[in-house]
Structures are given as C-alpha cells and as structure tokens.
Design a protein around this ligand. Structure first.
Ligand SMILES: NC(=O)c1ccc[n+]([C@@H]2O[C@H](COP(=O)([O-])OP(=O)(O)OC[C@H]3O[C@@H](n4cnc5c(N)ncnc54)[C@H](OP(=O)(O)O)[C@@H]3O)[C@@H](O)[C@H]2O)c1
Length: 250
C-alpha cells in the first residue's frame, strides 16, 4: 500500500486506536484527532514521530476544529487524502424513549450529527483541492434494526449513513468517495464505562451473538480490511454505500 495521509477521528477510542495502530504500522501518515484523552495513541505518535501526529479537537465546535486543522495543514504542509470518522457519543443513559430525558436524548443525536457535519465541512475543501478523496464514516447495524434502550444513538447512526448518501452524490464529480461502515457489536474494552452501561452492553452482546450466523463478534481486523479497501485507489466506484459488517445477521 502506498503511503496515505489519513485523518482519524475518535482516534483514542476502541476502533479508532486499533485502526490508528494498523494504518501506522503499514507506513501511512496519520493525523489522530482525540477529544479528552490520548493515552492509547500517544504511544503510536512516539513510535513514529515523523509521520504520526495527535491533535486535540472537540468536533462539536466547528470554528475551533476548522482553525486547528487549517493551522496544522499549513504548518506541516500536510494535505489529507482520506478521512476515517469514528468519533461518537453513546447512549449513556440506556433507557427506553418514554423514560429518556429530552435534553440528553437530543444531545446524543445533536452531537453525533453536528460532529459529522463539522468534520466533513472542514475536510471536504482539502479533498477538493486534491481533486480526490476517500471518506469512511461509522454507522452501526442499529441503524437498520434499532436499539432497545438506545433510540437516540440508533437514530444518529441512521442519520450518518444518510448524510453519507447525500454527500456521495454531491461530491462524486470531485472524485470524492464516501461510504459508511456499519458493524454489529464489536468486542471492545468497556471497563471505563459505568456499571449500568457495561451491564447493558454485556446483555446486548450475548443476545446478538446467538443470532450471528458466523458465531462470533466483528473484530478490529474485519473493520480494518474493509476500511483499507474503501480508502484505497482500488476503490474507484463504490460510494454512498452503507456496508454492514454483521457476520450474516440482518
Ligand atoms: N464498539 C461497537 O460495538 C460498535 C458497534 C457498531 C458501531 N460502532 C461505531 O464505531 C465507531 C467507533 O466505536 P468505538 O467503540 O471505538 O467508540 P469509543 O471507544 O466510544 O470511541 C469514541 C471516541 O469518540 C470520541 N469523541 C466523542 N465525542 C467527541 C467529540 N465531540 N469530539 C471529538 N471526539 C469525540 C471519544 O473521545 P472522548 O471519550 O475523549 O470524548 C472516543 O475516543 C462509532 O462511530 C460507533 O458508533 C461501534
């Protein structure tokens, strides 16, 4: 694989950090955007200091994000050719809609959609300048099957897949291809979540596992393989798609 310049959001998260490690070790240059902590990715930056950069930015703040990315771009003459947007806010309260707090419910949908809007609006000019670009957004299988006690998160994931469809049409003539990867439950470290949320996830994992024809959860390698193809030159035609990684489960 020829060296690519990839922006990864949510880079200190479970999937983001795993992708960062894999794309870094295969020779690419990465701009890793994190929000609160960078404990997982700072080691990657230390290992490959000339081509891996960590940048703090809250994706919900458009002005700040645009300023930080443009400054980084100018100071380092670093023009990205790909964007992998994994950042997300989860359904932290795990309640049925009828018991959900309106403000929290709206916050999950609002932040997930506005972060997606902000990162796309900031990065699309770079890709237009390059006359080429590859974008991968992250949805979830819950965008098509729903999520008990997680309606806001599920709605936000469906919205992201739909933003992808619209942007694919708008940007096709600029040779910018955008797709959404929508995995089923991924085996992740969840010790930092609240006890209530950990219980919710464990229960959900077990229920889902019984229904997955491949009899296992999706892993980081599965996600990396699809991501690698989507941002590669081999992908010259697939755009606007939502790719479900669910081991055969609808
Ligand atoms: N894990 C799964 O089972 C699964 C299944 C299907 C789909 N997905 C999707 O896959 C993607 C990655 O999932 P994951 O498990 O890796 O999630 P994760 O571990 O919770 O990581 C999400 C990351 O997003 C960052 N983030 C949240 N709000 C942000 C903001 N306003 N600005 C910048 N960064 C922000 C978080 O940083 P802070 O914590 O510092 O805020 C965190 O590092 C998500 O889009 C998720 O919906 C995951």
């Amino acid at each position: 694989m020829t060296e690519k310049r990839i922006i990864i959001t949510g880079a200190n998260g479970n999937i983001g950090a795993a992708l960062a490690e894999k794309f870094a070790s295969s020779g690419n240059s990465l701009l890793l955007i994190f929000n609160n902590s960078c404990d997982r990715i700072s080691q990657i930056e230390e290992k490959y200091p000339k081509r891996i950069f960590c940048l703090q930015a809250n994706l919900t703040n458009y002005k700040e994000l645009e300023k930080k990315l443009n400054t980084f771009n100018v100071n380092n003459s670093w023009l990205p050719d790909s964007l992998i947007h994994t950042a997300t806010l989860r359904s932290i309260d795990s309640k049925p809609l009828i018991e959900s707090d309106y403000n929290l419910w709206g916050k999950i949908i609002g932040e997930n959609i506005s972060s997606t809007f902000n990162i796309l609006k900031t990065c699309l000019p770079f890709f237009r300048k390059n006359k080429s670009g590859r974008i991968v957004l992250f949805g979830s299988n819950v965008s098509r099957i729903g999520l008990k006690n997680g309606s806001a998160y599920a709605a936000s994931k469906a919205a992201i897949a739909n933003i992808c469809r619209s942007v694919s049409i708008e940007e096709a003539e600029n040779k910018i291809l955008i797709n959404t990867i929508s995995p089923g439950p991924v085996k992740i470290v969840d010790a930092h979540f609240s006890e209530e949320y950990q219980e919710f996830r464990q229960k959900y994992y077990q229920e889902q596992l019984q229904q997955i024809p491949m009899k296992r959860l999706v892993n980081f390698n599965d996600i990396y393989g699809v991501c690698k193809f989507l941002i590669s030159e081999e992908n010259s035609y697939m755009t606007g798609e939502e790719i479900f990684l669910t081991g055969g489960k609808l």
